[in-house]
Design a protein around this ligand. Structure first.
Ligand code: IZC
Ligand code: ZN
Length: 412
């Protein structure tokens, strides 16, 4: 592999370090003017500003980025990437005031996606997701978390996770798998909650862990879905088998998910739209990263997570799309960044950290990706933008000029 040298970078903007940045540090990023970056064997070998040392130009593909902005590749730390069908039929219901949880309680919502996902083959699911991933890569996402959760029985959950594994071998966006078997109570267990909890804890979790199908175990802790007590049981079972806990918490009702996240040492708590102060305190104490999903608040017509209070309390904030066929049918992380800036009132510097280093930390990858520093993987973006303000200001556009993944320029 030839070396790659990016030169004439107008502004290099990156957080630094290999752990999540919290508090004031979330907005303290490195800004280098007139910079260059050298990538060798897929890894960042030098970063500097001013004159490029002569030796670096030898044996390297030299790219003049003509004064543009360069940042780390974006990390989308929360997606439901693998699913069959769509749910456009729910739009009319929503316009008539039927809520997300009412649609689910009627056997629609997640359960309708479960029917479509069960009917699809592993290959069909992977092909459908591959198309979305190609769009996401064009828009700057170089790493993406992907959850199961639309199978809700052993074979169909493993099918989703195997589709993720297959995609990791066939396309360029790096995927990190999460087991979300506890996404809803499947229809066939409607009258047997205990039976489904046992199936999750005694059969599915051990198999997923043993076959290395996922790194994380997630649960939808919500009114009408799983209680905090049930969530604790599921996540403890995951922990016992080596799956790190994540939790969908406080999306619609605050039923104790964020408090639980801190108590059991969840790596992330996700959504947190209605997170109470005790939840923030618990996450701060437990070192849980808040993975916030502002495009979902927008799509649900809900309020927005108390991001500033979290930063003030020393909770690291990541921002992700929540791409899924129900509450956020968009994988546009750049639009999500716009909304995070405008609605959470995060600064462009805090937003950058939330979708790079903190997103990476939320999927345990901050040692390898999430910043442009010597020793990190060569995942970078060149933007058709002069600075970070411009990215947060231009609403919904794709401003990515060039994507570099593992030191190679991605050709579309
Ligand atoms: O399919 O509705 N919130 N799970 C929890 C989702 C949204 C995805 C969906
Ligand atoms: Zn989700």
């Amino acid at each position: 592999m030839a070396n790659l040298l990016l030169r004439n970078i107008g502004l290099l903007a990156t957080p630094t370090g290999s752990t999540a940045r919290r508090g004031r540090e979330q907005g303290e990023i490195t800004l280098l003017k007139n910079a260059y970056v050298l990538i060798k064997d897929g890894m960042i070998a030098a970063v500097g500003s001013g004159e490029v040392p002569a030796g670096m130009l030898e044996n390297a593909e030299v790219v003049d980025v003509k004064g543009r902005l360069v940042t780390p590749g974006l990390v989308d730390a929360h997606t439901h990437l693998i699913f069959g069908g769509w749910r456009q039929n729910e739009l009319g219901l929503k316009l008539h005031g039927v809520t997300y949880l009412e649609i689910l309680a009627r056997g629609g919502g997640i359960l309708s996606t479960v029917r479509a996902t069960r009917a699809a083959s592993e290959e069909e699911l992977a092909d459908k997701a591959a198309k979305e991933l190609s769009t996401m890569l064009r828009m700057g996402v170089t790493t993406c978390e992907a959850k199961s959760g639309y199978g809700l029985d052993p074979e169909d959950e493993y099918k989703q996770l195997r589709a993720i594994r297959r995609l990791n071998e066939t396309q360029k966006v790096e995927l990190v798998p999460t087991f979300l078997g506890a996404h809803a109570l499947p229809e066939e267990f409607k009258n047997d909650r205990e039976g489904f909890l046992r199936l999750l804890c005694e059969e599915m979790i051990p198999t997923v862990a043993r076959e290395h199908l996922a790194e994380f175990c997630d649960v939808f802790c919500e009114t009408g879905v799983f209680t905090a007590q049930e969530s604790r049981r599921i996540l403890e079972a995951g922990k016992k088998h080596g799956l790190t806990p994540k939790i969908h918490a406080d999306e619609i009702d605050p039923i104790g998910g964020s408090q639980l996240a801190g108590e059991i040492g969840a790596i992330t708590a996700e959504h947190l739209i209605v997170c109470p102060d005790e939840g923030i305190a618990s996450m701060a104490k437990g070192g849980t990263i808040a993975c916030l999903l502002p495009a979902t608040s927008f799509y649900l017509g809900a309020s927005f997570a108390p991001a500033r209070a979290m930063i003030d309390a020393g909770v690291a904030v990541a921002v992700a799309t929540d791409f899924n066929p129900g509450s956020c049918p968009s994988s546009n992380l750049q639009l999500t960044m716009n909304i995070a800036c405008l609605k959470y009132r995060l600064t462009p510097e805090e937003v950058l950290t939330s979708v790079t280093l903190n997103g990476a930390a939320g999927i345990r990858r901050a040692d390898r990706i999430g910043s442009v520093e010597v020793g990190k993987q060569g995942d970078l973006l060149v933007w058709d933008a002069p600075d970070l303000d411009y990215i947060c200001y231009r609403l919904g556009a794709n401003l990515v000029n060039t994507v570099i993944k593992k030191g190679e320029i991605v050709r579309f």
